[in-house]
Design a protein around this ligand. Structure first.
Ligand SMILES: [Zn+2]
Length: 393
């Protein structure tokens, strides 16, 4: 045997042994390690009055119903992570439907309630969304960054450093008023306990606060929020009566407006939070978006769903009467790409309005951003890890 072949073979073998060792260290033969890791995440979140969301392939749930029932009873939300751990991008619609239904039946049999779906390998197609809707899921959560990037590709394993990275991401999300869904594989739960604590403590110390919650509660909130409406009527040339018909949790924000009759506290450089769902405001124009008669209904629906006040108006009346007048005859486009692009451009335009305006905040009860801690239980034991390879093929 020549030296090169020898070194490749031994190096390959060495790498294989190292990987095998890592798998044993991470999972173990019994449920003990995974159980400890899951409870570590649940307990860390409990201090911040939050609960995690774990996604699990149905076959893995089928082998560990006791453990999953136990962590669901401890407060964790459980979601579906495929029937087996495979990539939906390699499946046609019918096969996606069949496997998702099969996964649901295992959840029903083991009596684990579920509302959401996360695709293994974060792989999905346009058809997946239709499958999930048809099968009654409340949400899917696939468009998120994976923790593998930090740990396996960048090889950052120092808890302090990981915590700093997560806090920096939280800062960016907070400034945008968005949602940060952290994906933390439970086998890293103990290694990342300190980093997770750092992130949660950072999020909890913001004012206005961050809403730390699980994914099903976020899905429920969006359903609740999208039904909120603002009715604005004119009282005098520069006085407006505002009545919100909305959930009691809604956050009402007023930009460049003097609120006459209700308590209001500073929210951002240009906005105040009104601590009531009705008020009288002073402004030279209606603090609302006017839509031209040619603008399709889908634009109006989108604006209302986003928490912006909008109403139809005639062309002549328009320009000087509303804080923003929109004439979007071409609508929001047809392809998914086009729709995303036009919708985000429209939101940006509205968020940049520098004249009197009212809107609903994105998050409930005066919170400015949201944070959800999630994780995929791809395997509970070493056996699951190896069975996964067989199950997918
Ligand atoms: Zn996974």
């Amino acid at each position: 045997m020549n030296l090169v072949a020898f070194s490749i073979r031994t190096k390959g073998l060495h790498n294989f042994a190292r990987r095998l060792w890592t798998v044993f260290i991470r999972f173990g033969i019994s449920e003990t390690r995974t159980r400890r890791a899951l409870h570590t995440i649940i307990n860390t979140l409990r201090k911040y009055r939050g609960t995690p969301t774990f996604f699990i392939p149905a076959v893995v749930l089928g082998r560990h119903p006791g453990l999953i029932t136990e962590i669901a009873n401890a407060g964790a939300e459980i979601g579906i992570h495929g029937y087996v751990h495979n990539d939906y991008r390699t499946l046609g619609k019918e096969e996606q439907y069949r496997q998702t239904k099969q996964a649901i039946s295992v959840f029903q049999r083991t009596r684990i309630p579920y509302q959401g779906f996360r695709n293994p390998y974060l792989g999905w197609t346009e058809e997946s969304l239709n499958v999930f809707t048809e099968l009654g899921f409340t949400y899917e959560t696939t468009s998120i960054p994976d923790d593998e990037i930090v740990f396996d590709r960048l090889r950052i394993t120092d808890a302090g450093e990981v915590g700093d990275i997560w806090c920096r991401i939280m800062r960016r999300v907070y400034d945008l008023g968005g949602l940060y869904v952290l994906n933390l594989h439970p086998e890293r739960g103990i290694l990342c306990k300190q980093a997770l604590d750092k992130l949660l403590s950072y999020a909890s110390n913001q004012a206005p606060p961050v809403w730390v919650t699980c994914l099903k509660d976020i899905a429920q909130w969006w359903q609740e929020r999208c039904r909120s409406r603002l009715n604005i009527t004119q009282l005098a040339s520069d006085r407006w009566r505002v009545e919100a018909s909305c959930t009691s949790r809604a956050t009402l924000l007023a930009r460049h407006l003097i609120v006459e009759d209700q308590p209001a506290t500073p929210w951002s450089a240009t906005e105040v939070q009104v601590h009531a769902h009705y008020c009288t405001v002073n402004a030279p124009r209606c603090p609302c978006i006017g839509l031209s008669p040619h603008t399709p209904q889908q634009v109006l629906d989108f604006l209302l769903e986003q928490g912006y006040p909008a109403m139809r108006c005639s062309q002549e009346a328009s320009h000087n009467m509303y804080t923003l007048y929109l004439d979007l005859a071409e609508g929001l486009g047809t392809t998914r790409e086009e729709q995303l692009q036009r919708r985000s451009a429209l939101v940006r335009q509205i968020e940049d309005i520098d004249t009197p305006f009212l809107r609903f905040g994105c998050w409930p009860d005066g919170t400015q951003a949201a944070l959800a801690i999630s994780g995929d239980i791809d395997s509970v034991t070493v056996q699951d890890f190896f069975l996964r390879i067989l199950e997918v093929h």
